[in-house]
Design a binder for this molecule. Sequence first.
Ligand SMILES: N[C@@H](CCC(=O)N[C@@H](CS)C(=O)NCC(=O)O)C(=O)O
Length: 330
Amino acid sequence: MGLMISGVWSDTDSREVQADGRFVRTESAFRNWITADGSAGPTGTGGFKAESGRYHLYVSYACPWAHRALIYRSVLGLEAAIGVSVVHPVNREKGWGFADYPGATGDAINGARHLYEIYALSDPDYSGKVTVPVLWDVKTGAIVNNESAEIIRMLGEAFRAIASRRVEFYPEELRVGIDELNEFTYRNVNNAVYRCGFARTQDAYEQSVAALFSALDTLEARLEGSRYLFGERIVETDWRLFPTLIRFDPVYYFHFKCNRRPLSSYPAIMRYTRDLLDQPGIRETVHMDHIIDHYYLAHRRINPMGIIPVGARAALDGPPWSAPGPSGVH
Ligand SMILES: N[C@@H](CCC(=O)N[C@@H](CS)C(=O)NCC(=O)O)C(=O)O
């Protein structure tokens, strides 16, 4: 996969697989916060005031973590305030890069050919992984933050005065519950699918599959009695879960061997996924061509021949895509 060592790209393995075969994700490195007045946030340094046109997102349409940031930009109506550059889903020479592919863009901000150049511009000595999403400050030429969980929170909080839609996805009275369920869904769903796919022992794989499907059973039971995870209103946890749910049957089921049963066999989760998919601005953030091509063609270590299972595209004819919408309109 590769990483940077003292500001230079290296094809070295990022060493996220432990001696016992478990995949353990590295922590993100850039942790500053944009705030309404430019004061420092919970981590990092201050100086990043919310301003329209000042910040830029580097994303892959394939990546579920980057997808969260795109969803927030869309549902909050921040398209005019925050620009986006989209990497090529398949080209992996020196990590993520910019090249022609339908829907991918160049890098209009820095003219980079590879994403690692953006990391080097921000920190010429940077050592570590080069991941999307990246929230870039055009004004100071620095990465503000590369952790999706924090990026979505700051988009929701700091940009209230700039966002063209006022929606609160982290309401005061639900914060404790949201934080708790975020932790549960990150560990047992969002990151668990990667732990299944990147495990290098049977034991590590089976433990992850067990945790994943037990969590899906829990979520199914919760959603049988509730439109969204916290009742009638969509909150942060719903948007954090959605990118994993829509990738599940086309990708994770086959590619990451999350195949105890398809997600489409969970009726409440399917009804819920479809409901989220039907929210204004969401379909535009879902790019299944980037998603399918990236996982099957770029992850050559686990799919060496780059063969796309026929069931991957066939899954796009089933739920949540084909299911009737909540109002029966779609
Ligand atoms: N904790 C990070 C994880 C981001 C992440 O791992 N992104 C993946 C893509 S899904 C990545 O860019 N990996 C590096 C690579 O594929 O070269 C976040 O939530 O923002």
